[in-house]
Design a protein around this ligand. Structure first.
Ligand code: ADP
Ligand code: ADP
Ligand code: MG
Length: 683
């Protein structure tokens, strides 16, 4: 074994969170980094996370992140010695791995021959069969005659799963329940396979009972050493794609772990694997959740790259897998032997995606207007803590070109229960506004009975559907209380600003309220698609009473950090509310929701304002004016308050302009349509 030298500079051929994550380890090891970026990513976080960056083309992956000639050129031009491919994109592309070698660059990953051997599911299964790794009963030979495939499926026994051999990312799979359905499912699977992967070869597997996805992290070095870094359970899936991952797998016995670990190492050895890889197993639970000792495991596929969910392994082992990748790629031996590896505590990862779970997980795009993350450490191995791996910042856009994954939350605790509690807290503190995300859905999953009790299998989401989808844990009363408190706070802030400027402000005079006795003010909102009304009474003694949904309760609120500490009746909650125009997003400890403020009177003001006239929308009394003649006002600014039908209504400026004249005084009774003040619209 010769003396090895760590890289001085590497290029990261990826984007988003994984590019940032790789850059962080490189920085810690004093390795310089080169980013590559597309048009859509010109200002992306991963570009600033690296020391230099090279533009490689258009936004679509085929015009940039998949253009390996361009990427190799960028590496040579910047003097990078090695390329880290991240996951996805070129990470499992054997041609790219070969091209790197040809260009004198180190591909931070396995040899091209190992990528190729594991690239097709059917061929890799043939190889694994020879290596003695247990396989799901099924058919994975080359002959693709439909009649033969039908006979094989019938012999395996239903249900079966047809898989595209070249498939990945949960695509190209069809479950078939009975023989009569096989031919149609095969044809549709082949169509998808040819469209997505350019190859319609399929294999057939028995659909295992209560399937659990348990995978083993393996590592090999160039000296032929192998270790396994234990397992991850990735059973919680939607569309055959992972949603939550954890380590260790609940119910795993040391004996089964050792057998699965050994099988994974054999799989890696069979293809002369080097670097980080994951051997995915499907695990059958014939005895049900309560009998993990009856679990049977079968090889599914090997992913020849770093996996999205590698942080849970880092959390329980205290290791940095990217550091291991770099050391192995530089020719160093594995840093630790199998007997030096240990599991500590329990870790869970949640993938935060821009998508709408309540609408069939439809991906969402848009701008991250608010991107509030829980308190965390980002790249340190976080024993008993929370880690966030994120590729975006507030203000960034989630574009349609790439993955919908926005960030990953990783928590670690002494026990699974502790990790679960930490995950719920972390999700509660994740405030994302501007596009749909699965954050609330993830909370519902982690707190569902099945997940909490570790009754894991890939059908967990459909089984728990009743408590996962279309859940609202905030409710109308608290949402309205939050909106009202937020409105009052905004008005107070405005009043304080006016006072500071020495302006006269009748609203700031609390006696004004008192002299009118109990004041009532109405709020119109839209909640869960339905219009709702609420009444706020300013009591004589100074308190507030809020009536909503037939309940009338005292309302108290105060500022707490960036949020509001709200008590309404016997509810008490710290709420963060982000308002963008009429639409407010409400985040509470128990969940998040949206409420829309309908300022009926402000709108009525709009319609009454032709020719700069601001008229009373109904008969009533003028309570106060917030402006005086000569004041310049901006659209939406409150001008006057009227009281009618025991409710207060704010009259807002429909346009920017100047107040020409007040036509009444506070206390005056006015008739409907009476002009209250004259506003001259700005030119
Ligand atoms: P894992 O098992 O680690 O979750 P996946 O198969 O889901 O791996 O893919 C890993 C990542 O790579 C995901 O973010 C996925 O969207 C992305 N990905 C998968 N296939 C491709 C591809 N062909 N091109 C680009 N990215 C891909
Ligand atoms: P991909 O390349 O898309 O990741 P996999 O072969 O890894 O495809 O399978 C993806 C998922 O499909 C698994 O995690 C599991 O949930 C489900 N699955 C795969 N094979 C089986 C099987 N034989 N029985 C039941 N479920 C399976
Ligand atoms: Mg897989």
């Amino acid at each position: 074994m010769g003396k090895t030298q760590m890289f001085k500079k590497i290029l990261i051929a990826n984007r988003g969170e994984i590019a940032c994550r790789v850059a962080a380890t490189a920085r810690r090891l004093a390795i310089q980094t080169v980013a590559v970026y597309s048009d859509a990513d010109a200002n992306a976080k991963h570009v600033t996370a690296c020391d230099e960056a090279v533009y490689i083309g258009g936004s679509a992956p085929k015009d940039s992140y998949l253009r390996w000639e361009k990427i190799i050129e960028a590496a040579k031009a910047t003097g990078a010695q090695a390329i880290h491919p991240g996951y996805g994109f070129l990470s499992e592309n054997e041609e790219f791995a070969q091209a790197c070698a040809k260009a004198g660059l180190v591909f931070i990953g396995p040899p091209a021959s190992a990528i190729s051997a594991m690239g097709l599911k059917a061929e890799s299964k043939q190889l694994m069969e020879k290596a003695g790794v247990p396989l799901v009963p099924g058919y994975h030979a080359a002959d693709q005659d439909p009649a033969l495939l039908q006979r094989e499926a019938d012999a395996i026994g239903y249900p079966v799963l047809i898989k595209a051999s070249a498939g990945g990312g949960g695509k190209g799979m069809r479950a078939v329940d009975k023989s009569e359905d096989f031919a149609a499912a095969l044809a549709s699977c082949q169509r998808e396979a040819i469209n997505s992967f350019g190859d319609d070869a399929v294999l057939i597997e028995k659909y295992v009972q209560r399937p659990r996805h348990i995978e083993i992290q393996v590592f090999g070095d160039t000296q032929g050493n192998y270790v396994y870094l234990f397992e991850r359970d990735c059973s919680v899936q939607r569309r055959h794609q992972k949603v939550l991952e954890e380590a260790p797998a609940p119910g795993m016995t040391p004996e089964l772990r050792a057998r699965m670990g050994q099988a994974a190492v054999e799989a890696a050895r069979a293809v002369n694997y080097v670097g980080a890889g994951t051997v995915e197993f499907i695990v059958e639970q014939p005895g049900g959740y309560a009998h993990p000792e009856q679990m049977k495991f079968y090889f599914m596929e090997m992913n020849t790259r770093l996996q999205v969910e590698h942080p849970v392994t880092e959390a329980i082992t205290g290791l940095d897998l990217v550091e291991w990748q770099l050391r192995v790629a530089a020719g160093e031996p594995l840093p630790l032997r199998q007997d030096q590896l240990q599991i500590q505590g329990h870790a869970i990862e949640a993938r935060i995606c821009a998508e709408n779970p309540d609408n069939n997980f439809l991906p969402a795009t848009g701008t991250l207007q608010v991107y509030g993350l829980p308190a965390h450490v980002t790249f340190e191995r976080a024993p008993h803590g929370t880690r966030v791996d994120s590729g975006v910042r507030q203000g960034d856009t989630i574009s349609p070109f790439y993955d919908s994954m926005v960030a990953k939350l990783i928590v670690h605790g002494a026990t699974r229960a502790e990790a679960l509690a930490r995950m719920d807290a972390a999700l509660a503190q994740t405030h994302i506004v501007g596009l749909a995300t699965n954050v609330q859905f993830l909370r519902h999953v982690t707190t569902s009975a099945s997940f909490a009790q570790a009754q894991l299998d890939t059908a967990l989401i459909p089984r728990e559907a009743a408590v996962l989808f279309n859940q609202d844990k905030v409710g109308l009363p608290l949402a309205v209380a939050a909106l009202v408190a937020h409105t009052l706070q905004a008005e107070q802030t405005l009043a304080a600003q006016r006072d500071a400027h020495g302006w006269q402000d009748p609203w700031a005079q609390r006696d004004g309220w008192k002299s009118h006795g109990a004041q009532v003010r109405s709020f119109s909102v839209e909640y869960a698609g339905a219009p709702q009304g609420a009444l706020l009474t300013h009591l004589r003694g100074g308190g507030l009473q809020l009536s909503v949904a037939g309940e009338s309760q005292p309302l108290r609120w105060g500022a707490q950090g960036a949020g509001l500490d709200i008590s309404f009746g016997n509810m008490r909650s710290v709420v963060n509310l982000y308002r963008n125009g009429d639409v407010a997003q409400v985040f509470t400890a128990s969940g998040a929701t949206q409420i829309i403020a309908i300022d009926a009177l402000a709108h009525a003001g709009d319609t009454q304002a032709e020719g700069g006239r601001l008229t009373a929308p109904m008969p009533g009394k003028v309570v106060s004016f917030a402006v005086k003649a000569g004041d310049a006002v901006t659209k939406g600014q409150a001008l006057a308050v009227m009281e009618a039908m025991k409710m207060e209504h704010t009259i807002a400026a429909p346009v920017d302009g100047t107040v020409a004249e007040l036509l009444f005084a506070p206390g005056d009774q006015v008739t409907e349509g009476a002009e209250l003040l004259r506003l001259e619209a700005a030119a």
